[in-house]
Design a protein around this ligand. Structure first.
Ligand code: GLU
Length: 511
């Protein structure tokens, strides 16, 4: 239980080995919400002790994603804080003493086995029932370690800097239990857990030792992480017990998996089913493999955060749309579901559509401007663009839709859906549009009502139903069968462009 005077401190502890999966961002979000709700601190700790898995750019990518989502940490390698360094590779010196202390107390041991020794062990102890034997209570007394060698031999090997690791000595026949904030009582049989390496031959701790030591030194009160880490919990609990005492241990919450169309949502599902699984675009510098991100796909951070919050949590009502402030207010870890949360891309898009609708033009302006400019649309009048955003935003599901939905306000359509008009095209309609252009040209006013009035009066005079003329007019101005009210479009694009587009299409239709 949390002590009453203790400040809530939570951490997100990623290993910077690649892009950030939506499950990772959800872990960030739940950490963040819990910290903010309880007036606590959210810490970002970079777990980079496995040098072989170092990936260039992965740490920067994490900062960029957190920034885009608006979930910035209070303490991190970039922001500093009282418990630094926040990058484990820079804390190397602090771990060995804890590993040594475990050896001294009989909870861990030095192991000098070479790679070859380990391979032989796996080959020798392999059976049908146990195809990949682990370094555990069954084999440890047959290996080369400080449990089997004499103290003098061990001293000698250490003095001569013989490569070695330190392994935890898992107790036999012990039930290791703890109360998870989501899963309640969880128990493990110690016999099923191997003697995990705690300190590697290069002097770096493994994740298991580092996570416990750092959660202790950084005074972490609650530790939220994905359910895939639940099987590591018995090792961590024993380390807490041996090193710091269980009363110091943070409260654990193992978050439910995010499920894709077939089981756990994977990067491959994204490529296969055509939806993003990472927060932002990521290209692996080693393989050049590209994985699409929600940001570049056209999601708003407000929508992304909202949909992630709902993957495994709700406030007990039917409400689905939450701003970050509302989430901070409403969130409770007790309401996080136990079972996996199914990711549904159609639903994800619905959240985005709703958030685009709810946003005012000013909030969307800089993104839309960027989207248009990236495709060579020249924006000279920002107020005009804002009015276009207001006009079309209800038609956009993804931010990228703003291109198609607004480009024709800035340039004449590149292609015209002539086939939509041609079957019902005739001379009377052609004459109507020629005359319409003449009348528009002669009009002194240019506003939606004037344009519509000229159009309807002329249609009546020519005895053609206005409904039959509106589709051709839309194709002329927009290029396709979409967009807001056609007279509004004419008003926005102006007299010259309207007349021009009608005439160009007439040439094509009468061809
Ligand atoms: N470094 C682990 C990871 O990459 C962190 C797990 C934990 O939060 O304990 O996800």
């Amino acid at each position: 239980m949390q002590k009453s005077n203790e400040k809530v401190r939570v951490r997100f502890a990623p290993s910077p080995t690649g892009g950030l999966h939506l499950g990772g961002v959800r872990t960030v979000l739940y950490n963040y919400l819990f910290a903010k709700k309880n007036g606590g601190k959210f810490i970002l700790r970079i777990e980079d002790t496995d040098q072989t898995r170092f990936v260039d750019g992965a740490e920067q990518y994490i900062y960029d994603c957190l920034k885009w989502c608006g979930l910035e940490p209070d303490e991190s390698p970039l922001h500093g804080g009282d418990y630094g360094p926040y990058r484990q590779s820079e804390r190397k010196a602090s771990y060995r003493e804890y590993a040594e202390q475990l050896v001294k107390n009989g909870n861990a041991y030095y192991a000098f086995d070479t790679t070859q020794d380990l391979e032989e062990m796996r080959a020798n102890f392999k059976t049908d029932l146990n195809p990949s034997p682990q370094y555990d209570a069954h084999v440890r007394m047959k290996m080369k370690n400080s449990l089997t060698l004499s103290p003098e031999e061990v001293d000698n090997l250490l003095k001569t800097n013989t490569p070695h690791v330190i392994r935890i000595k898992m107790p036999s026949n012990e039930m290791i239990s703890f109360t998870d904030m989501i899963h309640q009582e969880v128990s493990f049989d110690s016999n099923t857990v191997d003697d995990k390496v705690l300190l590697k031959a290069d002097g770096m701790p493994t994740y298991h030792l580092a996570v416990v030591v750092d959660d202790y030194l950084m005074k972490i009160t609650h530790a939220f992480r994905g359910e895939e880490w639940l099987s590591s919990a018995p090792v961590h609990i024993l380390l807490w017990k041996y090193l710091f005492g269980l009363d110091q241990m943070p409260q654990w919450a193992h978050l439910p998996l995010i499920l894709g169309p077939n089981g756990k949502l994977s990067k491959r599902d994204g490529a296969k089913f055509g939806f993003p699984v990472y927060a932002m675009n990521w290209t692996d510098p080693r393989s050049n493999e590209f994985t699409e991100g929600f940001k570049e796909k056209g999601f708003l951070p407000s929508a992304f955060v909202n949909l992630l919050a709902l993957l495994g949590w709700n406030d007990g009502t039917e409400k689905e749309l939450f701003s970050l402030d509302e989430l901070i207010h409403q969130f409770s870890i007790e309401r996080v579901h136990k079972s996996g949360a199914k990711f549904d891309y159609e639903k994800a898009k619905w959240f985005n559509q709703e958030w685009i609708k709810q946003s005012v033009a000013d909030e969307l302006l800089s993104d839309v401007k960027q989207i248009l400019e990236a495709k060579d649309v020249i924006i000279t009048d920002v107020d005009f663009l804002k009015s276009i955003i207001e006009l079309v935003k209800d038609r956009c599901v993804l931010m990228t839709d703003f291109y198609e939905q607004s480009v024709y306000f800035f340039k004449a359509p590149q292609t015209l859906d002539i086939e939509a008009v041609k079957p019902k095209w005739n001379k009377a309609k052609s004459d109507f549009f020629s005359e319409f252009c003449t009348q528009l040209e002669a009009s002194n006013d240019w506003d939606t009502i004037t344009i519509e009035t000229i159009f309807k009066n002329l249609a009546t005079e020519k005895n053609i139903k206005p409904g039959e003329l509106q589709l051709p007019m839309r194709i002329m101005l927009v290029g396709g069968k979409f967009g807001p009210a056609v007279f509004e479009i004419a008003n926005k694009i102006g007299k010259a462009a309207t007349i021009n587009r009608i005439n160009t299409t007439l040439v094509e239709l009468n061809h």
